[in-house]
Design a protein around this ligand. Structure first.
Ligand code: ATP
Length: 468
């Protein structure tokens, strides 16, 4: 749509009685949609509106979307609430409750390590959301810091674009999850993975919360497996017989590496935290704790806490103290707080940089910025945590095919990639659109109906990408 007709469209919508949302600014840009902060003019409520990038030509197409199907069924304080679905001019909009930032923002902007209490609080809440989701029969498939949204002391799981019904029939051939958080069975093209892939991702995220660095920052699928081996060691037949079969089925040979104890890489973490991360990042999906079991792990023992912002909504959420709540607890004036608080280790003086010293042996990482700049990461220990560049993976790899509107990789291609051990490069463009007022009708809390919207213009910006 050109500028003039776009303006006319906005005018038309502004005069419409359906005109309800005022767009404020863009807050995120993902593979499938751009997300905007907006205000409901009738209620004053701040919301997040996700505008999907592809077009939807019928309402049936929209309500069959995984994101709609799965999110409509979910009602949990640690799962971001889908309030409304709007379709107009074949464009689909999701209206979500608004969250202040995502976990990646917090990691990226962090100058010193998070305290274990903060990490415990976030993880405990996420596991509660996941336990609920898995019990509801869904698994997320794309957990990463960007998809964990934070507002004050509350954290919620977001982005159900790849969520799967547990009851759905394998084989799952679609490309799943962001590389750095991708479970080994997915990397090895297992057609039979399950909710344990979310638990692997949580192990990697938990470690990243401690060190402010990704645990397995692979630059391509082969390098991803290499990074995993270099940390948790090459899987043995006893450890993961199924994985060895999967590897041989695609003609892949694991590199023979011993691995490192996680306490060496994450010295600021308590024994309990290390044990939990180690169990979550087990090669064999059957050996990973379920979300419900993770909540019972000794890392969370003795914690019974309801974040203030959740107290009115739920009286049963158990969460340990958090960053936000810590200051309150320090003031010792928390009304309505009940239960025991776990003793938490204070944030250590350990430089997160040190945790990656091991990477200097055998594993080199490069950060590519703006096409040309390659920065070799020599000795992380020499660089202060807040001076180091922060790494981000591409949202997803370039698709080789489209499967039901989603990117897909064939087994043979991944096998070839793994076998070739090529180090990828390239860049993932992040699109940005300009805000405009929005009117809305349409689906509301489970009732498919009509919708309204406006056109957005697009321009390109670029995100950083790890290579080498
Ligand atoms: N409810 C929300 N409130 C505030 N910000 C949000 C909300 N939902 C999403 N965002 C922001 O927008 C970003 C992209 O959203 P989302 O992950 O849903 O899009 P996507 O296209 O599915 O992305 P991906 O590439 O991860 O698949 C998030 O990382 C987050 O920063």
């Amino acid at each position: 749509m050109n500028k003039a007709s776009w303006g006319a469209e906005i005018k038309r919508m502004e005069s419409s009685r359906w005109y309800r949302y005022k767009i404020i600014k863009e807050v995120g840009d993902g593979t499938f949609g751009s997300v905007w902060r907006a205000i409901n003019k009738q209620t004053g409520e701040i919301v997040a509106i996700k505008k999907m990038k592809r077009k939807y030509y019928s309402w049936e197409e929209c309500i069959n979307l995984r994101e709609v199907k799965s999110l409509r069924k979910m009602n949990h304080p640690n799962i971001v609430k889908l309030k409304e679905v709007i379709r107009e001019h074949d464009i689909l909009y999701f209206v979500f409750e608004y969250m202040e930032c995502n976990l990646y923002h917090l990691i990226k902007d962090r100058g010193k390590l998070f305290s274990e209490a903060e990490i415990r609080n976030w993880c405990f809440q996420v596991f509660q959301g996941l336990a609920y989701m898995h019990q509801q029969g869904y698994f997320h498939r794309d957990l990463k810091p960007e998809n964990l949204l934070v507002s004050k002391d509350v954290i919620k799981v977001a982005d159900f674009g790849l969520a799967r019904e547990i009851s759905s029939q394998p084989p799952y051939t679609e490309y799943v999850s962001t590389r750095w958080y991708r479970a080994p069975e997915v990397l090895l093209q297992s057609p039979m993975y399950n909710s344990a892939i979310d638990m692997w991702a949580m192990g990697a995220i938990m470690a990243e919360l401690f060190t402010l660095r990704p645990l397995f920052p692979g630059s391509n699928e082969a390098d991803e497996i290499y990074k995993i081996c270099s940390i948790i060691g090459t899987p043995t037949e006893t450890e993961w017989a199924e994985g060895i079969k999967l590897a041989s089925a695609i003609n892949y040979q694991f590199p023979q590496v011993t691995g490192v104890h996680l306490s060496v890489l994450i010295p600021s973490a308590s024994k309990d935290a290390i044990d939990l991360i180690t169990t979550l990042c087990s090669w064999d999906p059957c050996k990973r704790l379920t979300a419900t079991k993770a909540l019972q792990h000794s890392f969370f023992q003795g914690c019974l806490y309801v974040p203030p912002s959740l107290r009115l909504k739920t009286s049963v959420t158990r969460t340990p103290p958090s960053a936000g709540t810590r200051s309150m607890l320090e003031q010792k004036s928390v009304k309505g707080y009940s239960g025991t608080l776990s003793t938490s280790k204070p944030a250590s003086k350990f430089s997160p940089a040190k945790s990656h010293e091991y990477l200097t042996t055998g594993v080199q990482r490069k950060l590519e910025m703006n096409n040309q700049d390659e920065i070799k990461n020599h000795r992380f220990s020499k660089i202060a945590a807040n001076q180091q560049p922060r790494y981000r993976p591409p949202a997803r790899n370039s698709p080789t095919s489209i499967c039901n509107g989603k990117t897909a990789f064939g087994v043979s291609e991944t096998a070839e990639k793994l076998a070739n051990m090529n180090l990828g490069s390239g860049r993932v463009p992040a699109r940005q659109s300009f805000p405009a007022p929005m009117k809305a009708g349409g689906w509301h809390a489970g009732q498919p109906n009509m919708a309204a919207s406006q056109e957005f213009h697009a321009r390109r910006t670029f995100t950083r990408k790890v290579v080498g």
